[in-house]
Design a protein around this ligand. Sequence first.
Ligand SMILES: NC(=O)c1ccc[n+]([C@@H]2O[C@H](COP(=O)([O-])OP(=O)(O)OC[C@H]3O[C@@H](n4cnc5c(N)ncnc54)[C@H](OP(=O)(O)O)[C@@H]3O)[C@@H](O)[C@H]2O)c1
Length: 244
Amino acid sequence: MQSSKKRVALVTGANRGIGFAVASLLARKGLTVIIGARDEKNGLDAQKRMSGNGRDVHFTLLDVADPTSIIAAIGRIDGLFGRLDVLVNNAGILIDSETGILELSLGLLQNTLKTNTFGPLLLSQGCVPLMQKHDYGRIVNISSTLGSLTEIVNPDSPYHDQHSPAYRLSKTMLNAITALLAKELHGTNILVNSVCPGWVRTDLGGPRAPLLPEQAAETPVWLATLPDDGPTGGFFREHQPIPW
Ligand SMILES: NC(=O)c1ccc[n+]([C@@H]2O[C@H](COP(=O)([O-])OP(=O)(O)OC[C@H]3O[C@@H](n4cnc5c(N)ncnc54)[C@H](OP(=O)(O)O)[C@@H]3O)[C@@H](O)[C@H]2O)c1
């Protein structure tokens, strides 16, 4: 086991997109970073691209849709580092952009929830005991404005015509998980927040998105490195609170 007092961060789905940018920025800030990826080759490749300049970057195999994989990854992290200070629940899928809620199949909803919602919940449940050991923890749930109930009920919302009901529901529930975790951990030094990274040029966001992953990483990284008196139980975009 490493005896370092350096903060250790796990970023899920960090082999590409926003997760890669968040993990890179955390590594640049001097944290020990663990890239969670479900494909070994892609994870090791990302580790290679992110390393250098003294950055401490590791890889762990992690499929967030698979509870067995989650338990195994947390066990490996505990065994290797004996600590986990930061969890960024970033891995996500959007597989129902053309579907309306009236056509939404249970299978599609379940698949989406497994990755976007149940994975982050199980990871949080498994990682909080490691955070409690050192009385320090930051959990950042990468959510989306599309999951905001305020946006869903607003007929003037720019997202009004957007379908993706499974994706939207998964992020609404993820936000509720953020709020419940923050409530339960209130008074401890474990801060839990949701963040919308904005519309970002990735495989998920598409080529027309205005933001680069590096720009989108800034607010998640701020939340991942909050001071002890920082906010908890909030939903943020560009460093500002936004409505649930
Ligand atoms: N892009 C946007 O405009 C936007 C806006 C709002 C919110 N978000 C959120 O930001 C997060 C990252 O999105 P992105 O735009 O960076 O998407 P992306 O480029 O498609 O990357 C998604 C990442 O998640 C990983 N992943 C998916 N399912 C996984 C699983 N079961 N286990 C482990 N990893 C898994 C992917 O791994 P593989 O390479 O193995 O597929 C990939 O690393 C998501 O939660 C998304 O909902 C994005």
